[in-house]
Design a protein around this ligand. Structure first.
Ligand SMILES: Cc1cc2nc3c(=O)[nH]c(=O)nc-3n(C[C@H](O)[C@H](O)[C@H](O)COP(=O)(O)OP(=O)(O)OC[C@H]3O[C@@H](n4cnc5c(N)ncnc54)[C@H](O)[C@@H]3O)c2cc1C
Length: 310
């Protein structure tokens, strides 16, 4: 339960959720429960739902207040304008944006980008930080066909423009320690891995790191040169790459697994399920396997055989 609350609170902070919004959400959520369940919602049942909602909400509000405090968000505006210092091609359909400002972050964290779109709507999306901690913030965005914000970023945002972003949030970050690292990514899931490799290269150059990456085609492989440049500063770095039409092509049997391996996975949910199942089968304990989910699971229907993600 704590992990669930933490995950929701972190995402809420990245979205700039405010305490008073819980009143609104509660009203409509509990209203929807009444609409769907009809007469089954007696006054006692309604009171129980209301109580559970507010127990949960109060916990989240408290945690979100601490997250805002930690991120230095002291006013009512959870987002800040930043200048785009550079825009750079990272792959055929992927672009990196470097942002001005000296903002501390840990590898594996992300920021929200607020897009005021031409149709008048405001959309918020998260993008993992792909650069090295200690350097300016950098995000790397794959253009999703029909995607509102990725399409807007690709089509309109150039060096010198202003973006509205949140501070860095997220807990897909390295635990203290020097265990061998296995980073397994697919597609644009490479972004937090690039940052993690940079952080380890800077602070723990003797730590063993394997990056296993699956991509559909070489021209879509983002950040490869950057990852290799950081990896070259590690004494024990292995970079395994699979190209195939589906992200699931990575062969988990080829992943090096030591008794104390710590694994970080990022990619489509099916990809992570398959890799996680293989690591569990080879003796990596569940608490040493961490996953970052970028979006909904487009492949959920075919992932039946693999265990659920935590
Ligand atoms: C923690 C986190 C980190 C992330 N990091 C990165 C990163 O580093 N790089 C990166 O590129 N992405 C990253 N993402 C994903 C990113 O946040 C966006 O989800 C992604 O860019 C797509 O957003 P969009 O607005 O372009 O697409 P959306 O407009 O949200 O659309 C997504 C898909 O849904 C379809 N769609 C939209 N509306 C409808 C509809 N009404 N009916 C049917 N289909 C519809 C679109 O065609 C598209 O295929 C991350 C996500 C999370 C949660």
């Amino acid at each position: 339960m704590d992990a669930v609350v933490e995950r929701i609170a972190v995402r809420h902070a990245a979205l700039g959720i405010r305490p008073e919004q819980y009143t609104l959400i509660g009203r409509y959520l509990l209203g929807a429960v009444g609409t769907v369940l009809g007469d089954a919602v007696t006054p006692a049942v309604a009171a129980a739902w209301d109580e559970v909602y507010w127990l949960f909400a109060v916990r989240l509000i408290g945690r979100e207040a601490r997250l805002y405090q930690g991120a230095g968000v002291t006013d009512r505006e959870p987002f800040r304008p930043v200048t785009v210092l550079a825009r750079e091609r990272a792959a055929t359909d992927t672009v990196s944006f470097t942002l001005a400002g000296d903002v501390p972050f840990r590898a594996g964290q992300y920021i929200s980008v607020v897009a005021d779109l031409p149709d008048g709507t405001r959309q918020i999306r998260q993008y993992s930080l792909s650069g090295a901690p200690g350097e300016p913030l950098c995000i790397t965005v794959r253009r999703v066909p029909g995607g509102a914000v990725s399409g807007w970023l690709h089509a309109t945002v150039r060096a010198g423009d202003t973006l509205t972003v949140s501070p860095p949030y997220g807990s897909f970050t390295l635990r203290p320690g020097d265990h061998p690292l296995l980073l397994a990514s697919a597609g644009v899931g490479i972004t937090p891995m690039a940052s993690i490799v940079a952080q380890v290269a800077a602070g723990q150059p003797d730590r063993p790191v394997t990056l296993a990456h699956a991509e559909r085609t070489p021209d879509r492989h983002a950040l490869r040169d950057r990852v290799d440049a950081h990896g070259a500063r590690l004494t024990n770095f292995d970079h395994l790459v699979w190209y195939a039409t589906e992200h699931g092509a990575l062969d988990p049997a080829r992943l090096p697994v030591a008794p104390d391996t710590e694994a970080y996975l990022c990619g489509p949910v099916l990809f992570m399920r398959v890799v996680r199942a293989a690591l569990l089968a080879r003796g990596v304990p569940a608490e040493r396997i961490r996953c970052e989910v970028f979006g909904s699971d487009r492949f959920a229907g075919v992932a039946a055989a693999a265990p659920a993600l935590p």
